[in-house]
Design a protein around this ligand. Structure first.
Ligand code: ZN
Length: 237
């Protein structure tokens, strides 16, 4: 039995599946993994510094130049991985998608229950009065977008050196702890909080789908070294 067959049989016998996805899930949609090799190595200031809380506060104009250029992909479309997961949810097998991506592609593919650990570029708010703004406001303004009150608008994403939303994190842990199968895909599992979250899984089948090895392969029941869109399209019919 090859690995995709094994994944198929895990899906067949599980009705409490949790999916945990990283940047690799969106790569087939044309959104690069900025931490990966196609990322921003040539950046003069490290990406982690530009996309940090302090940099945003001190240099919002420069922050937004990079942010608009590298983090927003308004024309990106869901790929086979997103659609397969939406289908698994509709079948009653998948309980939640937990994602580190901020691109809204799971929702666009039809997934209903999505926990966005790092927030979403589609949500924005004024740092002074908290008024909410849609992505369109960011796309149709220049420089650092301003609220009607004069405050700077920021994306509702987790910047470097900011903590994750505690409620979202707790909900993710609860889903993982109760799952009977956990599919982890498109992440090397080295970026916080991925590795920590996996440790809460106590179910029967841990499946890892990634193009390269991860530190957790040894613990997994099924490991598939391939692109997640190809694998899920083959496993979910
Ligand atoms: Zn405001």
């Amino acid at each position: 039995m090859d690995a995709v067959d094994k994944l198929r049989s895990v899906i067949a016998k599980s009705d409490n599946i949790v999916f945990f996805g990283g940047a690799g899930v969106s790569v087939p949609s044309g959104i690069p993994d900025f931490r990966g090799s196609d990322g921003l190595e040539k950046q003069r200031i490290p990406f982690e510094d530009i996309l940090s809380h302090d940099y945003f506060i001190e240099n919002p104009e420069a922050f937004y130049r990079i942010y608009r250029d590298k983090l927003i992909y308004p024309d990106a479309k869901p790929n086979d991985a997103h659609y397969a997961l939406a289908k698994l949810e509709a079948m009653g097998k998948l309980k939640v998608v937990i994602t580190q991506n901020i691109d809204n592609l799971h929702q666009l593919a039809g997934s209903k229950k999505v926990l966005e650990l790092h927030g979403s570029v589609y949500r924005n708010y004024c740092i002074r009065c908290k008024k909410k703004y849609e992505l369109k406001k960011i796309l149709t303004s220049s420089g650092a977008p301003r609220c009607l009150c004069g405050g700077i608008i920021r994306p509702d994403i987790v910047l470097y050196r900011e903590v994750l939303d505690r409620e979202v994190l707790t909900e993710a842990i609860n889903y993982i702890a109760k799952a009977d199968a956990l599919i982890v895909a498109g992440t090397s599992l080295v970026v916080y909080p991925a590795a920590g979250l996996i440790r809460y899984f106590a179910g029967d089948n841990l499946v890892i789908i990634n193009k390269s090895k991860t530190d957790f392969d040894y613990h997994a029941d099924v490991v598939i070294y391939d692109s997640v869109d190809r694998v899920l399209a083959a496993a979910v019919k």
